[in-house]
Design a protein around this ligand. Structure first.
Ligand code: AMP
Length: 283
């Protein structure tokens, strides 16, 4: 695996590969890689000749400085994992080269960032859209692979790619989970054994909601199911940031479901300082 830190170097490399007619698939990450990230690499390999991964903990998408400071890192281990998957290129830029001075250009994201994580993490998606756009312009991939674990992010990236005419096909990969059902996440490394057990309840409760919601089509029962699920979540978690059922396409909050609308349950909870998110398709 070739490792590049400088923008000019990776640009040269990609230019040469493209000249040889090679296609490129890109997997952006913030590192501390797990099997979920590696599933994206596997998917990327199916689509293109060359797989480029990036590792960059993007300060601009953290609304909480402690969360940024505590974000887990292990580049040496990440390199071993990426090499085990025969990743061709790793791009791990320096922050000062990505953000050399004050950024005067900022994203405004309408509608898609209004609720769920967008509502609670001020400027998170603006920062995410900025780094993804920069990386798209640097790596110029033909394909880019993202996880459904961060479903709102995925939908915003799809829209961003279309709106800004990036010539990139966005590919989504379903969420990889522990045997317990807990969605794999770099942040899980901050949970102790007891916390991990509690965290498995998220998926159990999402499935409970799904089963119940599929049996109802009136607003009163719908609200009752969500209220009961909230009470259940609060037995295990310190705080619920949101628990909503949304239209999968435009992420608007639904008050009941119908057969025509693809819907998904979205949840964010806190266990101590650790914030956990998950989602599950309903229909
Ligand atoms: P991150 O390093 O958390 O920024 O994630 C990098 C990419 O990996 C994003 O596209 C995430 O959606 C994806 N990802 C993270 N966790 C999982 C998971 N458990 N299953 C599938 N994809 C994931």
């Amino acid at each position: 695996m070739k490792i590049f830190k400088e923008i000019v170097e990776i640009r040269e490399e990609i230019k040469a590969l493209k000249k040889q007619g090679k296609s490129v698939a890109f997997v952006p990450t913030m590192g501390f890689l797990h099997q979920g990230h590696l599933a994206l690499i596997d998917e990327a390999k199916k689509h293109a000749d060359i797989v480029v991964a990036s590792i960059f903990v993007n300060k601009k998408q953290f609304n909480n400085p402690d969360d940024f400071a505590n974000y887990p890192k292990n580049l040496a281990d990440d390199i071993v994992k990426l090499e085990s998957k025969k990743t061709d290129i790793l791009f791990c830029p320096n922050s000062w080269e990505i953000y050399p001075d004050e950024n005067l250009m900022i994203f405004e994201i309408k509608k898609l960032a209004d609720n769920l994580c967008g509502k609670f993490r001020q400027n998170h998606f603006q920062g995410m859209a900025l780094i993804v756009s920069k990386l798209f312009n640097i790596v110029t991939p033909d394909f880019a692979v993202f996880g459904e674990k961060d479903f709102q992010q995925l939908q915003i990236i799809r829209k961003l790619t279309a709106d800004l005419n990036f010539n990139i096909k966005i590919i989504a990969v379903p969420t990889l989970r522990e045997n317990s059902g807990l969605a794999l996440s770099s942040r899980n490394s901050r949970l102790n054994e007891g916390d991990l057990k509690k965290s498995a309840k998220i998926y159990e409760i999402l499935n409970f909601i799904k089963d119940k919601i599929l049996l109802t089509n009136n607003e009163i029962d719908f609200k009752k199911i969500l209220n009961n699920a909230q009470a259940e979540l609060l037995k295990y978690f310190d705080k619920i940031e949101y628990l909503e059922i949304c239209d999968e396409e435009d992420l608007r909050i639904l008050k009941k479901i119908d057969k025509k609308t693809k819907s998904r349950i979205f949840v964010a909870v806190y266990l101590g300082q650790v914030r956990l998110i998950d989602n599950l398709i309903i229909n």
